[in-house]
Design a protein around this ligand. Structure first.
Ligand SMILES: Nc1nc2c(ncn2[C@@H]2O[C@H](COP(=O)(O)OP(=O)(O)OP(=O)(O)O)[C@@H](O)[C@H]2O)c(=O)[nH]1
Length: 524
């Protein structure tokens, strides 16, 4: 197990080192809810009730039918439509994917096939004690999922009944899709009536639409697609700047401005112009020259912060506190992390410490179900530190390996937020002097410079020990990660490039730098 954890959270291997994934379309029933998910909308959801109050489902570890993850082609769904904005056309990526597949290049090894993992089966354990959702909520006016508490936890008496909050409708894929064909129209040729002369009918032959199985893209292809807006904007402007111009002071200044506008930060911009000047001052320069130097300099800035998330499994549980501003992707990221951890055989518990919003509690419960993690929640408006305490005790009792605690994010209520987070940390500290062992902050790449300020604030409040940047897909502001790395020098563990369960990858400095610079990576 430890060797796998090293693999997952040390991530020494590069995606290209992984064994080939066969482009075989799997039958729908083989897709496990944990690893088979490409994107929520695409999932042929098994109609399970995701909400079973007062009951914890034990992390069962990887089930036998856990298969290699289908890479999220959905990330690229809009690529061709927006190719005029410079996004890498899907067709190009498909061609690359096909070429790699032909060449036998890699995809991920199914967790269950990895050395050191022993699936623990799917036992169901005892019911949750009252700290879980209040069973007496019926008829008390359960809160709508989007209900938010006003400042000061005014709605303390309100009880959340998750069952009432969530009533997911099982989504069955059209039969035609399951069999690889979609039939459009109801009438078949056989059932069309034979009309007398002089009449016509609008009933048409069923139109048969072939469903092309999604191509699998490598991680780098997905990363490049995600960062396409950032890189194409930047490289387009750079190419325009260096058309038939020798490198002089004025061009260097213009380039520096460009790089700063791309959120890369002054320090990195100066590194790039300095290096370019040393190499090519007075000579002709092409956009490719700049991209190459830019990639090398960005890699130098990012390499020291591209670190694996270290789990100290001497602590049971290893406590990960997740902080960040509202909507930066805390809950989604927790779900993605839980999928990786529980998929590798670790016992994971998720605690809904964002007690401000009913929807946040509900969302985390769904992620817990999807990832075979245990879940602990409390009433809307309850004390988040109290929940953290109960969660730790419960995780200890259940022998969970990892406890991940979600928190509320309210920048505008800074004082209240500070007090709440500090209290959570204090309470955990009493239970284990080293807890929380990891304080993760999620940052939304689309917010650009704002993300920089958020690190400043949360670092002081909660002692952030590492970062995860989300929403790098489709933003033109991916450069902010470089500026944050240069300024804060905090480890960046993972990056998020989509809403799907698999859209979280370990942060690799060189890959990221090459993607931003619009370079095609050398074969690994
Ligand atoms: N495109 C994209 N969307 C993401 C990513 N990560 C999260 N999201 C989406 O961002 C939105 C907010 O994510 P949440 O996980 O609810 O964020 P949160 O920080 O928990 O928000 P609060 O519960 O309001 O504090 C959701 O719609 C997510 O699906 C990502 O990497 N890419």
């Amino acid at each position: 197990m430890v060797s796998f954890i090293k693999r997952v959270f040390t991530f020494g291997d590069k995606p290209a080192d992984r064994p080939a994934e066969q482009p075989v379309e799997k039958p729908v029933e083989d897709q496990s809810p944990v690893s088979g998910v490409v994107a929520v909308e695409e999932l042929p959801v098994t109609p399970v009730d995701p909400v079973a109050p007062a009951e914890i489902e034990t992390a069962g570890g990887p089930s036998d039918d856990v298969v290699g993850d289908d890479e999220a082609v959905a990330v690229l769904a809009g690529a061709e439509e927006t190719s005029d904005l410079g996004i890498v056309p899907l067709s190009l990526l498909e061609a690359e994917a096909a070429a790699e597949t032909d060449g036998g290049v890699s995809a991920e090894t199914p967790p269950s096939a990895l050395p050191g993992i022993s699936p623990t089966g799917g036992e169901v354990t005892d019911a949750l004690p009252p700290v879980a959702f209040d069973e007496g909520a019926e008829g008390q006016g359960a809160v709508a999922p989007d209900t938010e508490l006003s400042e000061g936890h005014a709605a303390v008496n309100t009880t959340v009944d998750v069952e009432q909050l969530v009533s997911p409708q099982p989504i069955s894929p059209p039969v035609g899709e399951m069999s690889g064909r979609t039939e459009v129209g109801n009438a078949s040729a056989d059932s069309a009536p034979v009309l007398p002369k002089g009449f016509s009918t609008s009933i048409s032959e069923p139109e048969v639409v072939a469903v092309v199985p999604p191509l699998k893209l490598t991680w780098f292809q997905r990363l490049r697609a995600g960062l396409a807006r950032t890189s194409s904007q930047l490289t387009g402007q750079i190419a325009a700047l260096f058309t038939k111009r020798k490198l002089d002071d004025e061009t260097l200044e213009d380039l520096e401005d460009l790089l700063i506008q791309a959120d890369l930060g002054v320090e990195t911009a100066m590194r790039i112009t300095g290096s370019l000047s040393a190499e090519r001052y007075g000579k002709d320069v092409t956009g490719e020259d700049v991209s190459r130097i830019m990639s090398a300099e960005i890699t130098k800035v990012l390499a020291p912060v591209a670190k694996p998330l270290q789990l100290d499994l001497n602590h049971k549980p290893h406590v990960i506190l997740v902080v960040g501003v509202n909507g930066t992707g805390k809950t989604t990221t927790i779900g993605k992390l839980a999928a990786k951890l529980s998929g590798s055989g670790l016992k994971v518990m998720l605690a809904a410490g964002d007690t401000f919003r009913a929807a946040a509690i509900e969302q985390l419960k769904i992620w817990a179900d999807r990832t075979n993690s245990e879940f602990i929640g409390t009433k809307l408006g309850a004390d988040a530190a109290g929940l953290a305490y109960d969660a730790y005790v419960k995780a200890k009792e259940k022998k969970s390996d990892v406890l991940i605690i979600d928190t509320a994010g309210r920048l505008q209520n800074k004082a209240e937020l500070m007090a709440e987070l500090e209290k959570i940390v204090r309470v955990l500290n009493k239970l284990d002097p080293e807890a929380p062992h990891t304080v993760l902050q999620t940052l939304d790449a689309t917010t650009g410079q704002n993300a920089m300020n958020q690190v400043e604030i949360f670092r002081n409040v909660a002692g952030v020990s590492g970062l995860i940047m989300t929403k790098l897909d489709g933003t033109a502001r991916g450069g902010i990660l470089v500026a944050i790395a240069a300024k804060h020098r905090l480890p960046v563990y993972f990056i998020g490039v989509g809403e799907g369960i698999d859209d979280l990858e370990p942060f690799e400095a060189k890959d990221f730098a090459e993607a931003i610079a619009g370079l095609t990576p050398a074969p690994h």
